[in-house]
Ligand binder design. Structure first.
Ligand code: NDP
Length: 498
């Protein structure tokens, strides 16, 4: 339905696009033009979530009973449809999340990669056979889906993160209730339409928009939901993990980060600078893998500071739809307020504001949530800006006497998602790889990124439960059953144990 040029989008339950029982909708806005309403979305309540769970439960026998290669055929069709719609969907991401259009295009490509990778698993889905200790006995393992799984996602990668949960979950035979972040529901609708148009049977993938506290909570608490795949803040993820564990559900949570680059004095400075700038200010610092800290070995410090300020000052700030823009607006008023608050905290704590630090509010910036790329130096390890996830274009810089001290600083936070070292010294690179406390480690490359066939996730407060992507994804979305078949003609003598 469209009123005054604004479309109203619905939930997707049991193969039908439907209104919430609440009868209410909420608007979402373009972060570069904050008075522009992009669409109205359902303000769902717990009852909607439970209807979606019921639909998923009903669809489960049919979908889990569909041979995995036939499930894969639908995923391959989804891949082609997503390829056809890539430009429109990338534009949607930029419109509702704000990131530069090239980043949105990259995100859609990432979603395509995971769908392709998961579809390929339809012809593998391996278990193993093994010799039995008993005669005339066959022993093997087989994978079964978990059942109904809740997919709860953040706003910063509104296509890629849902895709990297949904595609592996579907190929494994699960049926799903997808609850996207309230800030980016339009991308979610478009992703679900891709799977619908690919021929996914009704009820296999259901979509509910609305506040996490109501809808997400109802999913976590539902006894019919066997698995929860969550990405978001450490605060919400921890609560979901505790609640899920209490109900003996299988839960994976990917959460916050405070990612550091170590720049050693022997590094290729030009290569390092490119990676640090991209990591810190690309996607306006709103990536879970964004570079939030740089730890510079002392001899390289002055050169680094000169270069980082010079390069940062040349970044073009503006609407993400402009392909020449490097840094676009923050995703929401909430994000804007949080980042400005942290810049204030850093200054009050006594860190040196070396670059930026202001909101941009005049002229072409008046309608968006723009904050200058910001650099703090003289940052104490106990300061909040050194320890907490800011999730914006704010870089904190530290100095270290050598690799040991640099690794200590890198490990001094509660988070452990991604990290990077720039060096030409292979020994120091391996020393780093062996001791840095993060789930993803990069050498001479930014803290960003990752490939879909390797596991993605963090240590410490950044992640708990099985990793996403890679073969680990299929481990999370299945239960492994051990099967023993006695095919002997006579009774087999068995030892008495378990
Ligand atoms: P939130 O934790 O605020 O929200 C994540 C999702 O959880 C949203 O869909 C939200 O719904 C929902 N939710 C909120 N409250 C509840 C609840 N009580 N029960 C169930 N679900 C709930 O995170 P953000 O969306 O703000 O995302 C940013 C965070 O995500 C950052 O910390 C970032 O580091 C992290 N992240 C981690 C990644 C990783 O792989 N480690 C990757 C990308 C981001 P609603 O929007 O309606 O509140």
């Amino acid at each position: 339905m469209t009123t005054n040029g604004v479309s109203t989008y619905q939930n997707f339950i049991g193969g039908q696009w439907v209104d919430s029982v609440s009868g209410r909708t909420y608007p979402i806005y373009n972060p570069a033009h904050k008075n522009t309403v992009l669409g109205e979305f359902q303000t769902s309540v717990a009852e909607d979530a439970l209807k979606a769970v019921e639909a998923a439960q009903e669809a489960l026998p049919g979908w889990s009973g569909t041979p995995a290669p036939a499930r894969a055929a639908i995923l391959f069709r989804a891949l082609e449809i997503l390829r056809d719609r890539a430009d429109d969907i990338a534009r949607t991401i930029t419109l509702e999340e704000g990131k530069p259009i090239a980043d949105s295009q990259g995100e859609v490509k990432r979603a395509m990669n995971i769908i392709e990778y998961a579809a390929g698993e339809g012809r593998r889905m391996f278990g193993y056979t093994t010799p039995s200790e008993l005669p005339n006995t066959m022993a093997y393992t087989v994978r079964r889906p978990l059942g109904v799984v809740a997919i709860i996602t953040p706003w910063n990668f509104p296509i890629a993160i849902p895709a990297w949960k949904i595609a592996p979950a579907l190929i494994c035979g699960n049926t799903l209730v997808f609850k996207p972040a309230s800030g980016t529901p339009m991308s979610a609708v478009k992703l679900v339409q891709v799977f619908q148009d690919a021929g996914l049977p009704p009820g296999v993938l259901n979509l509910i928009t609305g506040p996490g506290g109501l809808v997400g909570n109802a999913l976590v608490e539902s006894p019919q939901v066997n698995g929860i795949s969550f990405t978001g803040s450490t605060e919400i993820g921890t609560a979901i993990y505790v609640e899920g564990a209490r109900r003996l559900k299988k839960v994976q949570c990917e959460m916050g980060g405070k990612n550091a680059v170590i720049l050693l004095a022997d590094a290729d400075m030009d290569k390092a600078m490119g990676g640090i700038i991209q990591g810190a200010f690309g996607s306006t610092g709103q990536r879970c893998t964004a570079t939030s800290r740089v730890i510079v070995e002392a001899p390289a410090y002055d050169q680094f500071m000169n270069e980082v300020i010079d390069r940062t000052s040349k970044l073009k700030i503006g609407d993400g739809l402009d392909p020449t823009v490097d840094v676009s607006p923050l995703a929401s008023q909430n994000q804007f307020d949080t980042v400005m608050e942290y810049i204030g905290i850093g200054t009050e704590e006594g860190a040196n504001l070396a670059y930026g630090g202001h909101a941009l509010t005049g002229g072409e910036y008046a309608q968006g949530f723009y904050v200058e790329p910001t650099i703090f130096t003289d940052v104490g390890l106990d300061m909040r800006i050194a320890q907490e996830e800011i999730f914006g274009p704010v870089l904190t810089v530290f100095q270290a006497g050598g690799i040991e001290e640099a690794i200590q600083v890198s490990n001094s936070v509660q988070f452990g998602l991604s990290s990077s070292v720039y060096t030409r010294d292979i020994s120091r690179a391996f020393q780093y790889i062996d001791t840095v406390e993060t789930g993803m480690v990069h050498v001479n490359a930014p803290t960003l990124g990752g490939e879909v066939h390797l596991p993605f996730g963090g240590l410490k407060s950044s992640g708990v439960g099985q990793r996403e992507q890679g073969t680990e994804a299929f481990d999370f979305f299945t239960e492994v059953i051990s099967v023993y078949i006695d095919h002997g003609a006579a009774a087999t003598e068995r030892a008495r144990f378990i």
